[in-house]
Design a protein around this ligand. Sequence first.
Ligand SMILES: NC(=O)c1ccc[n+]([C@@H]2O[C@H](COP(=O)([O-])OP(=O)(O)OC[C@H]3O[C@@H](n4cnc5c(N)ncnc54)[C@H](O)[C@@H]3O)[C@@H](O)[C@H]2O)c1
Ligand SMILES: [Zn+2]
Length: 372
Amino acid sequence: VTPRAIPVALAERGYDVIVGAGLLARAAEHLAPVLADRRRLVVVADETVAALFGHALAAGLAPAGLPTVTLTVPPGEASKGWAGLGELVERLLATAPDRRTLIIALGGGVVGDLAGFAAAITLRGLDFVQIPTTLLAQVDSSVGGKTAINAGAGKNLVGAFHQPVRVLADVDCLDSLPPRELRAGYAEVVKYGVLGDVGFFEWLEHHGPALLAGDAASRTHAVAASVHAKAAIVAEDERETGRRALLNLGHTFGHALEAATGFGSRLLHGEAVAIGMAMALATSERLLGCPADARRRLLAHGHATGLPMTPAGLGLARADAPSLLAAMTRDKKARDGAITLVLCRQLGEAVVLPDAPTATVREVLEDSLDQV
Ligand SMILES: NC(=O)c1ccc[n+]([C@@H]2O[C@H](COP(=O)([O-])OP(=O)(O)OC[C@H]3O[C@@H](n4cnc5c(N)ncnc54)[C@H](O)[C@@H]3O)[C@@H](O)[C@H]2O)c1
Ligand SMILES: [Zn+2]
């Protein structure tokens, strides 16, 4: 599988996302353009990821001949808070970094967000590279330059836009991911098809199962296509004022379901997004005349890949519709009680509807909860 380079074209400074198999082992080569003139590398990883890939990355970086320090943090969302940030920045500063230091975030979205934000604020901004190791991080969090930590008031509320200088997405890393994590990340892949590219959705209908089963060529194609899709949207709207909102397809419904189930392992983020997309298509049928075939195909694809498409089994019932609706109107995408939703005119064509009628949304919630 030949690696692909997907450019992220930004106004100030663009960068490449390299997607392929076996990238870690040749990290020095794939990072060559951003390793020139460095003094030191600081790898940040969680303990799980460091144990899995620390050696491979160190070996891959060895030809660059640069002193390398590795800083690990405990795995899990809890590392992505004020305390974790403070600790990481202090440990970073203890390595005496300067402008020629390069931070390498090796791991899932938690490490990418945490190390990226630490890089953004340490010495008013250090260069950093993302080496995402979860499917979610490869297709979503490592692209676009959003970095953040969680605050007491909510997730991802403190952060900065800080673009990486390069991203290496090695699809071989996905081999060790628990299947459920892999499938949850896959929901974000499906999202790119549903929101903007029916041809890609169709490709996933054919290749999704092989991709999930481990086929490196389909993984490379799907990650590259997803990165390309996100890069195109981000390039148009780097600071999220317009089109970038399309990336929230399935997320307003999804966040409400995550909130109702306690943001835990009962419902993973990607699973919530999958169910949320099905709900968004149901809403799209009622409000935009989206053909029912779109939702039928999405549900069939969920069935074929093991992604949940209904709230069945979550312990929710019709009586929970009002609190889900309330959570949706409190969502940060909601303005003045009206619900801003990303809906579809058809499969592959998403639009933002700023004032979705809450009565319709409530009907959709009740309908899908009735079926559980
Ligand atoms: N910045 C953005 O634009 C953006 C977008 C979406 C999500 N996010 C953030 O991403 C985070 C979620 O990311 P995530 O799902 O990658 O979670 P994560 O980083 O917590 O990783 C999930 C788990 O998998 C383990 N892991 C990572 N790679 C592995 C591998 N290859 N094999 C085996 N285990 C591995 C990790 O140790 C961790 O326990 C959230 O904090 C979310 O807010 C950010
Ligand atoms: Zn998401």
